[in-house]
Write a protein that binds this ligand. Structure first.
Ligand SMILES: Cc1ncc(COP(=O)(O)O)c(C=O)c1O
Length: 466
């Protein structure tokens, strides 16, 4: 099976978007550069419809969905019960701020927060707003001015979240000088550590940086409000930190009386096989940021959970935009959590993760181009290697992702040398394994044929992701 992508209907709508949407011209440039180097530009398609484990493009080609609405459809596409719950809330309330569902949802969330220690919730629309709100909350609560965040991390696309994110230096361009109150520390990302250091030594170095370097040489510890950390890199390449790192952060926060903010926008609500990724590390943060899966894949819902004292009486920490905690969003979240409990969704996700790990076992030994296979629950990624430099590594990953797409499997390859996958937590096991088998075929093809695939017409397009 091999789709010829994009099909004619997808191609036509992509062409219409190109002069209208952000990055239309940049996309054409990037495609032309790829072709000039002999690389295949990214294949694209436009979703025509979505249901359960699958999406179909406008040309009616079917794809196994590992892209998952950028990890926001925990129960698969268009879950009928969630859609019905949202319709019901829309019919009943339209949009109102003061509705009972926000309290019902806050009650439910308090019951599932790590250690039941974060009983209050503040609603936001997106993960970006929620991460910004968490930072503001920490600054106002501690009455301090600095936040520590990490390299390779991503917290959103708002002005504030761009300042704390350090995904890569390009991503920080023109924002560098704005981040005056942000101290960026190294995250022990496995593929980006000093030569000759073991992973364990680098974790120790990163903790030393937090515990000694910053407080002794950069800023007095009593000026630092919080450490903001992703307990599992998401956009930064689905990389999973060691327990020593997360537990070390908790210990350092306790030592200096800093707050620990866990950004669980992507890792949370079952993505890693437990409700919250911090549970793998037996760590309870003081503030937790949630989003994505909370929407049930149907209606945006996000927010910040925190200790009672932090969120209970902190009048300076204003938050919550007009559409924060909409009736539809709260209804989606409530129904999602109800289904998690009723159908033992987290147990299913943990079983799927075991099956996926078994199926991907040995890839890094069997294929020279495979760097690491990274799995924590259904946070799944594969990093790729190439002999000549970073750009080439990215093209290897993109070629694999491209081969997957032609074989009817939709995954993410953004700008990094990884292919990332976020199957729905209730995905059918046979479907998921079929998707992974097709991925392995794509890897074998790139290993055999390389990334150069001759002439492939540049795709006119808008800002549709790779
Ligand atoms: C860890 C993390 N935080 C925050 C965000 C931003 O969330 P949103 O895109 O809903 O604004 C993302 C998005 O990918 C994320 O991965």
């Amino acid at each position: 099976m091999s789709y010829d992508l994009p099909g004619s209907k997808s191609r036509a709508i992509l062409a219409r978007g190109m002069p209208l949407l952000r990055n239309g011209l940049w996309y054409r440039d990037a495609s032309e550069k790829s072709i000039a180097k002999g690389f295949r530009p990214p294949s694209q398609m436009i979703v025509g419809r979505a249901e359960g484990d699958f999406v179909w493009d406008l040309d009616d080609n079917r794809f196994i969905d590992f892209q998952n609405g950028w990890a926001t459809n925990p129960l698969g596409n268009c879950h009928p019960e969630i859609i019905e719950a949202v319709h019901h809330a829309h019919r009943r309330y339209g949009f109102q701020w003061e509705h009972p569902l926000r309290i019902e949802l806050a009650e439910r969330l308090a019951r599932i927060m790590p250690g039941r220690a974060l009983p209050r919730f503040s609603f936001e629309v997106s993960g970006t707003e929620a991460a910004e709100s968490a930072i503001h909350l920490a600054l106002c609560y501690t009455r301090r001015r600095y936040i520590i965040s990490f390299t390779s991390c991503f917290h959103g696309e708002g002005l504030g979240t761009k300042m704390v994110s350090a995904y890569n230096s390009d991503n920080n361009l023109y924002m560098e000088a704005w981040a005056g109150g942000v101290l960026k520390a190294p995250y022990p990302y496995s593929e980006d550590i000093p030569a000759g250091m073991s992973q364990e030594q680098y974790v120790e170095y990163c903790l030393w940086y937090l515990d000694t370097h910053l407080p002794e040489y950069v800023v007095p510890p009593e000026n630092v409000a919080a450490i903001l950390v992703e307990p599992g890199l998401a956009e930064g390449g689905n990389w999973i930190p060691s327990p020593a790192f997360l537990q070390g952060i908790r210990r350092i926060c306790d030592k200096y009386d800093w707050l620990m903010i866990a950004d669980e926008v992507l890792t949370g609500l079952g993505r890693t096989g437990k409700m919250w990724s911090v549970e793998h590390y037996k760590v309870v943060p003081d503030i937790l940021v949630a989003g994505k899966n909370l929407s049930g894949g149907v209606e945006a819902c996000a927010g910040v959970a925190a200790r009672d004292d932090i969120l209970g009486d902190n009048p300076r920490a204003t938050a919550g935009s007009t559409f924060a905690g909409t009736p539809g969003g709260c209804a989606a979240a409530l129904k999602t959590l109800e289904i998690y409990e009723r159908d033992n969704v987290l147990e299913h996700a943990a079983r799927l993760a075991e099956a996926a790990a078994a199926r991907m076992d040995g890839w890094s030994e069997r294929y020279d181009i495979v760097g690491e296979v990274r799995i924590l629950g259904l946070l799944m990624g594969v990093s790729f290697r190439a002999p000549e430099g970073v750009e080439e590594r990215f093209h290897v990953a993109r070629s694999v992702r491209d081969g997957m797409l032609r074989r009817g499997v939709w995954a993410i390859c953004d700008n990094d040398p990884e292919v990332r996958m976020y199957p729905a937590l209730n995905m059918d096991e046979a479907v998921m394994l079929q998707g992974l088998d097709r991925m392995e075929e794509a890897i074998a093809e790139v290993e055999r044929d390389g990334v150069t695939v001759g002439d492939y017409p540049p795709m006119p397009s808008g800002n549709v992701g790779f």
